[in-house]
Write a protein that binds this ligand. Structure first.
Ligand code: DGY
Length: 333
């Protein structure tokens, strides 16, 4: 699909993206916008090389694509200056290779925060109250009357959560030791107090193990890199409470999924809510059979507002570099 065919700068988007704001922004700034409409969900490196062609000023791409040496050299040969990843995570991008070929990289932080938090909260609640199992039970026609033991789950109120929650106590550990999280947590507590809510307690843990041992709900939000690969492994799973809830809305390989399946099998009261998978889009054998797992297809950022915001930010990043404006968001900084 081609917009503004006579535009001076050629910008390629490897996928159709939500909304039209991002297209209009590029057109207004004299770009010819080409959107790949191939049905294939994941484009290969060769598919993308073909899209880049001989002349391309910038590409907007997706987290499912492998942006390494081969693609950045192809983009640079075509005169490209910018790559906008339509994602906040950029583990699919080799930033060193981009630097080597003089291609600026942008990601899309900020617009995902609340949407992702809402999914983490939804998964926590659904896991605590066994919503998916109960739904399957109803649909299978198995409900034949109220019972005192039917689908008894956990009450989140008063429990301790790994990040944020419903009048819950908070214990957190920040791999990056960022002050932003500290400020957020303090502001959250002040807000509850100011509104006459029962104050929650919150504190920074001295180690991740402390969080694992004390929290009833553990929500993971690191980036994926060498230091966070299998951050949650067999040993760390064994430190968690037997009836804890683990939520992962970050990247699949942060959790050793084979160890997780074994843990779920041996601890029927332990529950997990997963938005991401180690071999995405596939699940490790056995995971789909676990009643104590809720699995959804990487939808943490899937609200209309957020996805349109991500598309716009990705386009702005590419446009900024082409036109010499400051790049909106650059993981190098
Ligand atoms: C991201 O942006 O990194 C999410 O995983 C997808 O929205």
């Amino acid at each position: 699909e081609v917009w503004n065919p006579n535009g001076k700068y050629r910008v390629v988007s490897t996928k159709p993206m939500p909304g039209t704001r991002w297209i209009n922004l590029l057109i207004e700034q004299d770009c010819r916008v080409e959107i790949c409409t191939q049905k294939k969900t994941i484009l290969s490196v060769d598919d993308i090389i073909a899209l880049i062609g001989d002349k391309c000023d910038g590409v907007i791409g997706q987290l499912t694509e492998d942006w390494g040496e081969t693609l950045f050299s192809a983009l640079s040969r075509a005169g490209g200056k910018a790559f906008g990843n339509m994602a906040v995570g950029y583990n699919n991008v080799d930033v060193n290779a981009a630097n080597k070929y003089g291609v600026a990289v942008g990601n899309t932080p900020g617009v995902l925060t609340e949407t992702t938090a809402e999914l983490a909260a939804s998964l926590s609640l659904a896991a605590a109250r066994r919503i998916v199992e109960a739904d399957e039970f109803m649909r299978a026609g198995l409900y034949d009357g109220w019972l005192p033991h039917l689908f008894v789950g956990n009450l989140l109120k008063g429990q301790t959560v790994g990040v944020e929650g419903f009048k819950m106590n908070l214990i957190y550990y920040d791999l990056y030791q960022a002050t932003r999280l500290e400020k957020f947590v303090t502001a959250y507590g002040e807000f509850l107090k100011a509104n006459g809510e029962r104050p929650v307690t919150w504190r920074r843990a001295s180690s991740m193990d402390e969080v694992l041992q004390e929290a009833d709900v553990i929500s993971l939000h690191p980036i994926l890199d060498k230091t966070t690969y299998h951050l949650i492994n067999k040993e760390r799973l064994s430190k968690m409470k037997k009836d804890a809830i683990l939520v992962n809305c970050s990247r699949g390989p942060v959790v050793d999924e084979v160890a997780l399946v074994e843990h779920l099998r041996n601890n029927p009261m332990f529950r997990v809510g997963l938005d991401v998978f180690e071999d995405e889009p596939f699940m490790k054998p056995g995971l789909a059979d676990m009643k104590n797992a809720i699995v959804v297809p990487h939808i943490a950022s899937a609200s209309k507002w957020t996805r349109e915001g991500m598309a716009t930010l990705a386009a702005l990043n590419v446009l900024g570099k082409i036109k010499g404006y400051p790049v909106w968001s650059d993981p190098n900084r």
